[in-house]
Write a protein that binds this ligand. Structure first.
Ligand code: HEM
Length: 425
């Protein structure tokens, strides 16, 4: 039995005995900390990826796909990678079962545990979220290639799935890179994200520990495309989140291109990209626009008027209007079907983490994207951006220091299942 579960089991046993102290009966706390038995929320019978919301400020947990991928971007991110301490398959299976229950509860605005608090033991809920809205919390779990190797489950690993390679000009720092499990928490409140990760981490005690953690956020904006820290709208030509045809073609795995247990899942790329803010701020307005290949204020293409106008690269073969080495031109050269096949779903956040060791702003983009094939989509784009013969102009002002590749298993369809169940069957 896992160490983590034995702790929970022990707590459970303690409260069934006379010594059990039911905190919720003694003091008047909101129901989310009372510790009264509150079963894991049941999924609606027609659980799908597009379930109607069950409560205000919540996003559905049960569905064909995990939440936090085609969910409209919440304002805040906390993304944390864990490394396994235990390489016992049953421990990891138990952990994923426990996490699934906790995630189903926390995303529904409930405390992480349905057990009864015993005053002799640490709190079952750390408590900093009490009184806060669930803030549309979503939690998305992915597995690194190393997890399959550690658990002796290489036969379950998708063909060709490995660690994130080092791309030209990367400066990866080992403690900020890779990981056995990634947990992406997104919500409209940073404390709600932190609370979720913190409580999942407590539950992983003895089985996994945190390897790296990054936070991110966007400016508060009710609608429209958010801006990155270079001041440009970021996400303009992202696919529409309700474009099911696009998602089936470019994001969701099916039984043909990946092992059957991953159908409904996807591949996730995480890159912590430092942005050289001080250098960028010295650039002329025109150089900034030429670097991105869009107009700064409106987000319109260089040859357009409105944000969503289609850039016309064909009439600009020599790159006079939209430079050939501008970011959008290299990211999406608009070469018909080939470019369409490469398209990815981006879901990144700005990060602002004080100053670095030499006094520069430690700020940038937590680039996160989802795709169906690392090689033919993300890497195809990334290799063009970092091609020494025609480097993306943006590369002069950015540097990737961490991140990783993860496979995201499908969603949990009902309360009898758990995240990553297919890995163990
Ligand atoms: C700090 C690094 C980065 C910054 C500041 C940045 C910024 C931007 C901006 C401002 C746009 C234009 C608006 C839009 O359509 O979203 C854009 C587009 C795009 N970026 Fe990035 N980006 C960064 C890194 C990357 C990376 C690493 C990739 C993938 C390898 C990437 C892929 C794309 C794609 C595919 C588009 C859409 C191009 C189009 O279809 O027009 N970006 N990016």
């Amino acid at each position: 039995m896992s160490k983590q579960l034995s702790r929970r089991k022990f707590l459970g046993m303690a409260v069934t005995g006379a010594a059990g102290l039911v905190i919720g009966n003694m003091i008047d706390l909101p129901s989310r900390v009372q510790g009264v038995v509150d079963p894991t929320p049941e999924p609606p019978s027609n659980a799908t990826a597009t379930n109607p919301k069950t409560a205000p400020d919540t996003e559905p947990f049960f569905g064909v796909h995990q939440a936090g991928i085609v969910t409209p971007g919440q304002q805040f991110l906390n993304i944390t990678a864990f490394d396994l301490i235990s390489e016992d398959r049953n421990d990891v299976k138990d952990l994923l079962k426990t996490w699934t229950k906790m995630i189903a509860r926390m995303t529904a605005g409930k405390p992480p545990s349905d057990e009864t608090q015993n005053a002799k033991f640490p709190p079952l809920d750390t408590g900093e979220e009490v009184g806060l809205s669930p803030a549309k919390l979503t939690i998305t779990i992915g597995f690194g290639a190393s997890l399959f190797d550690k658990l002796g489950l290489s036969s379950k690993k998708p063909k060709g799935f490995g660690q994130m390679p080092i791309f030209h000009l990367d400066a990866l720092k080992e403690p900020l890179t890779h990981g056995d499990i990634v947990v992406q928490a997104c919500a409209d409140d940073p404390v709600v994200c932190f609370h979720a990760i913190r409580n999942l981490s407590i539950a992983s005690s003895g089985i996994a520990h945190m390897r790296w953690q990054h936070t991110g956020q966007f400016g508060t904006k009710p609608e429209g495309t958010p801006r990155n820290l270079f001041g440009f709208k970021d996400g303009t030509n992202n696919p529409r989140l309700n474009d099911d045809a696009f998602m089936n073609n470019n994001v969701w795995l099916n039984g043909k291109d990946a092992p059957a247990w991953l159908a409904g899942g996807t591949y996730m790329v995480v890159r912590r990209i430092q942005m050289r803010i001080e250098t960028w701020d010295q650039l002329s307005y025109k150089t900034q626009e030429d670097t991105i290949g869009r107009q700064k204020l409106t987000g319109a293409p260089m040859d357009g008027i409105n944000e969503h106008d289609e850039p016309n690269f064909k009439n600009d073969a020599n790159g006079k209007v939209t430079p050939l080495d501008s970011h959008i031109r290299l990211s999406n050269p608009r070469n018909g079907e080939q470019s369409e096949r490469e398209r990815i779903l981006r879901r990144g956040y700005n990060f602002m983490d004080g100053l670095d060791e030499v006094g520069r702003m430690n700020a940038g983009l937590m680039f996160i994207c989802f795709n169906r094939n690392f090689q033919t989509q993300f890497e195809s784009i990334q290799n063009r951006l970092t091609n020494a013969k025609q480097l993306d102009l943006l590369m002069k002002y950015t540097q990737t220091v961490g991140g990783g590749y993860f496979v995201v298993p499908p969603g949990v369809k009902n309360a009898n299942s758990f995240i990553g169940e297919g890995l163990f069957s």
